[in-house]
Design a protein around this ligand. Sequence first.
Ligand code: HEC
Length: 263
Amino acid sequence: MKSSTLKVLALLLVLGMVAAACSKKPDEGGGKEGGTITIGQDKANNHGSEDVSGNDEFKVEIDDFYFEPTVLKGTAGQKVKLELDNEGSALHNFSLPEQNLDQEQDLISDAIARGAHAVQLYSEDNQGGVGCVQCHGPTLQGSLIPNTQTPDDPYDVQPTPNLTTVCGGPFTGHPLIYGLDDIYTTIEQGRGLMPSWSIRFAGALGDQQINDIVNYIVSIQDKDEVKFSENVCTNPEAVTKAIDQFLDGDPTKKPNPTTNIQF
Ligand code: HEC
């Protein structure tokens, strides 16, 4: 994730909260905006400080070689949700060493990489491949497959869902999906022409392998189609919104994700 030209720094807040910044050519400077700032032993391009005491959310703008604001100050023990908006083209890293967030991020990246291989076809070079692409298309954006339930009719073809919009749930045409669990369950148990993949059912994949694939699917969501406000995989508020909008606010009306439906 980390580009070699970037230096990633962690800035410790009063207690617990940390933001990270990148600096390219550090020169000496004061604490005012502009120039560089030294936090602990690290230098960063200085794009100001912000007091986030009392905020429960805060948006940090990321651009090439800086975070703006560069320093966040808050109250001890305060919880704040940071939204990181990368407007630059450089890769950025974000770490909370005190909270092992860096490590968690590495684990997720590894899982995504394994999932990316798993969805591809099996081959000598890709022995973990199970071939979701066979039915969902080479980029998992959906395809057409023969209906194996009507073998006498070779013209009967069925569409397969676009997995790059599945996290939009009912907002993007996936009426049985209200969160990660529903994606997991569908892969695990199958649905209609979609086979079961879990060793707990009729498949060959273990829980970890299915988890990897789910992480990968979350990572390939089409950002234009699946807005954060409607992403039922990553945003709990989107789940509430979906239940309000599509199930009259009644979570008990949530459909079983393995129920066969007609597209
Ligand atoms: C034999 C073809 C086939 C293969 C192989 C296949 N799928 Fe599917 N998949 C389908 C079909 C058809 C559906 C739609 C089922 C329905 O709703 O009736 C589906 C549905 C899904 C859904 C639910 C999407 C939604 O909109 O609700 C997910 C998630 C999914 N597949 C993931 C996978 C993954 C991951 C793999 C590989 C491990 C995979 N599929 C392999 C045919 C396939």
